[in-house]
Design a protein. Sequence first.
Length: 118
Amino acid sequence: PWAKAIRKTIKEYEDLGVSIDPGWNEKRDEVMYNAVLGKFQQNQRLKTLLINTYPKELVEHRDSYWADGGDGSGENKLGHTLMRVRDVLRNELQTPLGKRHINKLPEPREEPQIKRTK
């Protein structure tokens, strides 16, 4: 259902005369990297959660480009981006400034369990 909604949205933009930047495919990985890096640098709790995934491989399953396509045939670009950011954040902890702050990293909390009612 979401793929249909996305196609509809793209069609609506095209009908308005809006087009996708022709160079987008060359830029998208770096744009995603910068967005993900910024997100995890700004949120200490998320940073800790991501760092604590090391050395696991991170895989998204819903898409054939950003994920593994659900069957391993996709490119998993989001997973690779997250692991790249994780490496950057881990390396920052090895610097003298990072070592001073390493004890201040909060412990990751369990996500709250959602109770479903009928």
